[in-house]
Structure formats: C-alpha cells, structure tokens
Ligand binder design. Structure first.
Ligand code: PLP
Length: 380
C-alpha cells in the first residue's frame, strides 16, 4: 500500500535502514555524533539562527505543541489563536488548559483570516502569544506565515507556528521572519516514522521560559532539556530522559537528505502544481479558497454523486488517502498528501493520480484517467 495520507508518509530507503537498526546506547560515540548533527541540521532546515534552540523529544506533534505552550505561557497570560481548522481548535484548548485567556480569529473552513484581521485583533488585546497553524491538515489551507510572524514580531508578541504539516515542505525562514517557535513531528514532511516531537525555539522563546513563574511539568520543561541538548550538540553525552536513539539517528539521516532546503521547498511547490492540474482535469475542486492551497497536501471535494466510499475504492487500487477531518464538512471531501520522500518519486505521484482517477470512474464519476496522469507526468 502506497501511503499518501498527510502523515505518516513514505520514507526514503536510507531513513528506513537507519530506523530499522538495533537500538544504540545513548552515550555511544556514534549516537552522540548523530544527535549533535541532527540538532545542527534542524537549524538549517528551520533557517534558524545560531542562538535558537532546537529541541528533539520522543512524542508527536501534539507534544511539540504542548512544549511550546507550557514554556511560553503561564496561567493568566493572554493568547490569540489564528484558527484555520481542527488543529487551531486543539491549540486553543491546550492554551485554555494552561490557564491562558484565549481569543481567536477564525475563518470559514477552507479560508484563512486576513492579515489585516489578525493585525486588528493583535492591536485590540494585550497578547503575550499568537499561535498559528502554518498548514491546517484538516482543510489544506496554508496561512501567510511570513506576514503573520512579522506582525507579531513588530508588536513584541511571541509567535508559535504549528508546522506539523508544513515544516520541510513549505517555505519558512524562522530567523528572517522573527518567528519564536516552529514545531513539527517526525512523520510529516520531515519523512521519518512517527515518534519524535521536533521544535526550534528562538532566543526570545527561551527567555520567556526563564521568566515564567509557573514551571512547566518536568518532561515538557525546556529548562530540563536545554543543558542536555547543548551537551549533545557539543558532542558530549548527558542524561535527563533516554532519547529515542534509533529515531534520532534516522532523523540525522533524514535531515541530511534535506540539506538543500530551498530546492526541497521548490520541489514541493512544483509537485503541488502538478497534482492540482490533475485534480482539475478530473473535474475536482479544492476545499481551500484560491491561493490558499498548501503544497504538502490537497483537500479535495467529492464530486457530485460521490462520497466517502471513494477513499475505499482508492485503497483497493493500492493507495492510501485520507477522508475529511474538519468536523463541519467531514463527509464532503478527502485528502491526499504529497510531501517528503514521495515528492522525489514520480512513480508515487503517477500511481496516486491513476488510483484516484480510476476510483472516481468506478464510483460513477466520468473523467479521463489518462489525461489526468499525463497532466502530472508533464509537470514533474
Ligand atoms: C498531524 C498534526 C498535528 C498533530 O501531530 P501528532 O503527531 O498527531 O500529535 C498537529 N498539527 C498539525 C497541523 C498536524 O498536521
């Protein structure tokens, strides 16, 4: 089964080999080198400055969100959530549980609040933190991270970007844009199996943790992790809680494949254009409004007369895609991931479009299978 959901995704042979190796000791010289190198490579992929702190903790994207929330905020703080769907709701709930007062700027599913709306909201409240989902996996909407990061920076508001479906697939320049946290998980565009929470925190974010009166729970606390991360980056072992040695090694290998990150971003944009051309040939429309569609996945409306049975028909043709996720229109659309390793595999992309097209025909939607495959093939 070809895994074309918005994470977990197909992984490269080199990453698979690293991830399948027997576990290494967390104090072995080979592991220390992988850990230190992975931290350095995160700075490159995130385009973060030398004073920013990369963090690797065993867990998922939700844990990375929680680490950001618990180190930047404490009860009584105020936060603005730019909400574009399911993961914005999750962020708001998480902040509220931390005792933070949360306001939200929302948009209809498939849309995004305008930069002006966010600027007005920021100016109307005394916010410590603004949280944004870079790509909302439930709607396939990409927010204008550059503009939003700069809005927050100009107002001295700390910004958290949930990049779980974006990091290493969508352009992001942490240092130049002045973003404070950019977080993801290993199983999305980074291209690893699930299991690691990954984030980079700016010097301002690190200072915000130091200034907290209410400490985060111990395993989420940057103050616990920072000395460990610094030691490994200086190629010295250290211990707080055993790192996921196999996955950290695989991370070093995976990030090594993303060394030319600008080329990786450009490839995702090219592949997304190709996939969108195919959907158009098939008579399909996207859930995101014009200009807001992410490069890492497509959220596609079912055509007239077709419903959730389509994803089963696609699976029957060897390709796993995902159903809808946004609670308001779950049964009206499906999602196809096109990020990470598969963007370097034209055969994955062609098989996916063929499976979707043939499944559509099988479900009674008339369309030209070969023309759709050709539309992709000529663009990648
Ligand atoms: C997948 C995802 C998450 C959650 O990540 P988990 O690893 O499932 O905890 C959070 N935010 C976004 C945007 C995601 O796509």
């Amino acid at each position: 089964m070809l895994l074309m959901i918005p994470g977990p995704i197909e992984i490269s042979p080199a990453v698979a080999e690293a991830a399948a190796a027997p576990p290494d000791s967390h104090v072995s010289p080979a592991f220390i080198e992988h850990y230190g190198s992975a931290l350095e490579r995160m700075r490159q992929v995130w385009k973060a400055g030398p004073e920013a702190q990369p963090v690797i903790v065993a867990g998922g994207g939700t844990l990375a969100m929680e680490i950001a929330v618990c180190n930047l905020t404490e009860p009584g703080d105020r936060a603005l959530v730019v909400n574009t769907g399911y993961f914005g709701d999750r962020m708001a709930e998480m902040l509220a549980r931390r005792g933070v007062h949360v306001d939200q700027v929302r948009a209809e599913p498939g849309s995004s609040p305008s930069t002006d709306d966010v600027a007005k909201a920021l100016d109307a409240g005394d916010y410590k933190v603004m949280a944004v989902t870079h790509v909302d996996t439930s709607t396939g909407v990409r927010t204008d991270a550059e503009a939003l990061a700069k809005l927050a920076r100009n107002r001295d508001v700390l910004s958290i970007f949930d990049g779980v479906c974006a990091t290493a697939g969508e352009r992001f320049d942490m240092e130049a844009w002045g973003a404070d946290v950019y977080l993801t998980a290993s199983q999305k565009a980074i291209g690893l199996p699930p299991g690691l929470a990954l984030l980079v925190m700016s010097a301002r974010a690190v200072a915000a943790r130091r200034a907290l009166g209410t400490k985060p729970p111990m395993t989420l606390d940057l103050a616990q992790w920072k000395p460990i991360l610094e030691a490994y980056e200086a190629r010295r072992p250290s211990y707080f809680s055993t790192p996921a040695t196999t996955l950290v090694k695989a991370l070093d290998v995976g990030l090594g494949e993303l060394a030319d990150i600008d080329a990786v971003f450009a490839r995702h944009a090219q592949v997304a254009d190709a996939m969108r051309a195919a959907w158009q040939v098939l008579g399909l429309t996207l859930l995101p409004a014009d200009g807001l569609a992410a490069n890492t996945l497509s959220a596609i409306r079912y055509p007239e007369g077709v419903g959730p049975e389509l994803t089963k028909a696609i699976a029957a043709r060897g390709v796993a895609v995902a159903g809808g996720l946004h609670p308001a229109l779950k049964t009206q659309y499906f999602r196809v991931g096109h990020m990470g390793y598969s963007t370097r595999r034209p055969d994955h992309l062609l098989s996916t479009v063929r499976a979707v097209a043939e499944a559509l025909v099988a479900c009674g939607h008339s369309c030209d299978v070969e023309a759709a495959v050709k539309a992709v093939a000529s663009r990648i």
